[in-house]
Design a protein around this ligand. Structure first.
Ligand code: IMP
Length: 429
């Protein structure tokens, strides 16, 4: 029995897809267990580039089963687009994907509410991806207006969805009188969504039981986290977070695989820091340094194309995220992006209202008040993309990595020096 989880330790976009792709080769089942189509990554398989959002990256290997588990929120239209794009690219998706009957469905009203809530005045906007993620999870926890995948195949499904659509159309008409929401109460709307459900039906299964059976039978599971630990709804930089448990603590609740099976947790970090959307970001460099990182790292959102905010490596935040997620080994990504800087800063402590701390604060206002305490390191000049062993990295790069590992108190298992699978220094993952 063994399950490995891959968790982002920053604010998402840590290049987890590449780590998952590498580990997929050693797995029987790859599981996506939280979040929705707010996540996105590019996988290069057999020389071809594929864009994935909800579908686990194991779909490119014939002997790997892929599971979208119960904690995920599914926009059926977007999932079907993803499935059809993969079919057109000759990926054998029809035989190796399972979708949980317990996963919740995203409807157009969730996206409308996302838009309306984001523009509410009174504080900095969360800057969501507008994919309806938060409103769908709100309905899940509110229960009454929630629709799970399995609900679509029940005898009373049409009546129930009609009522829920009507309740949402009435709410939206009041909240946003300038827009017409009548379409949501039409028969064609219901027909469209039941048609989506029919197309997804061949993939739908009780994935919780499937994964429990697999874990008990000793199958190797790979649990693929979306977003990053600092966006965790309970433990991240609330309210500037996503609406699921995106740190390591969410693996079991989202997948249904008990923690006792998770024998290895890989924490994925960029060699610097980025954030998209609103919220405090202590090491942000809203200046030439940030722009240089953005240019060298092509730091623009996969889903929304927004320029990512860029900054120095924050070891306080990373240490917190690694502890919270139970990380055993670190994967440090995009190290090549930092070449050509004369000096590099690592934030080793925070000063908050005159007090020094190495603990990550629980309130966004305290995080906003942080004055980062930096340690400055010498940079390196050479191109790293051809380096394949730790000892062949420039001495300053080795020192930089060792320092990160020392502060976070976890060994480095992998260093990535370029986007391709081969541009990797695999130390011990
Ligand atoms: P939501 O998940 O769309 O509700 O967005 C909430 C916050 O999480 C926003 O700041 C988003 O930019 C951020 N976020 C959501 N998904 C991702 C992701 O995959 N990568 C990075 N940030 C994300």
């Amino acid at each position: 029995m063994s399950a490995t989880s891959v968790i982002g330790l920053q604010w998402g976009d840590e290049a987890k897809g590449k780590v998952v792709d590498i580990l997929t080769g050693k797995s029987d089942i790859v599981v996506r267990y939280q979040g929705g189509a707010n996540a996105g990554h590019t996988v290069v398989a057999d020389g071809k580039k594929y864009k994935l959002s909800l579908i686990p990256s194991g779909v490119f290997r014939h002997n790997v089963q892929n599971v979208i588990a119960s904690g995920v929120v599914i926009d059926p239209e977007s999932l079907l687009n993803e499935i059809n794009t993969l079919r057109n690219q000759d990926v054998a998706i029809d035989t190796n994907l399972l979708i949980s009957d317990r996963a919740h469905l995203i409807f157009p009203w969730h996206k409308e509410k996302d838009r309306l809530l984001n523009s509410l005045a009174g504080r900095e906007s969360i800057g969501t991806t507008m994919r309806g993620i938060g409103p769908c999870y709100s309905d899940k926890y509110g229960r009454s207006l929630a629709v799970r995948v399995g609900d679509m195949f029940r005898p009373n499904a049409k009546e129930r969805l009609r009522e829920i659509a009507k309740a949402n159309a009435d709410y939206l008409a009041k909240a946003d009188p300038d827009k017409n929401y009548e379409e949501l109460t039409s028969e064609s709307f219901l027909t469209t969504y039941f048609d989506y459900a029919a197309q997804l039906k061949p993939f739908v299964a009780d994935t919780t039981t499937y994964l429990l059976d697999a874990a008990e039978a000793g199958k190797k599971l790979l649990l693929e986290g979306a977003q990053g630990a600092l966006l965790d709804v309970d433990h991240g930089t609330f309210p500037y977070v996503t609406s699921s448990n995106s740190s390591g603590v969410g693996v079991s609740s989202g997948s249904g695989v008990p923690a006792c099976y998770i024998t290895k947790v890989v924490g994925v970090l960029k060699a610097y820091a980025t954030r998209v959307g609103g919220g405090p970001f202590p090491t942000e460099q809203d200046n030439e340094t940030g722009q240089k990182i953005r240019d060298r790292g092509a730091e623009y959102g996969t889903v929304t194309k927004r320029p990512r905010r860029c900054g120095w490596f924050d070891a306080v935040a990373a240490r917190y995220a690694a502890r919270l997620s139970g990380v055993g080994a670190l994967a440090v990504m995009l190290l090549d992006v930092l070449s050509t800087f004369d000096e590099l800063n690592i934030c080793i402590a925070y000063e908050i209202n005159g007090q020094k701390t190495i603990n990550f604060p629980s309130h966004a206002d305290d995080l906003r008040a942080v004055k980062p305490i930096y340690e400055t390191h010498r940079g390196w000049q050479g191109d790293l993309t051809g380096v394949r062993s730790f000892n062949n990295l420039p001495r300053n790069a080795q020192y930089y990595l060792n320092r990160i590992s020392e502060i976070i108190a976890r060994p480095i298992g992998l260093v990535s020096v370029g986007p391709d699978r081969e541009q990797t220094i695999n130390i011990n993952l």
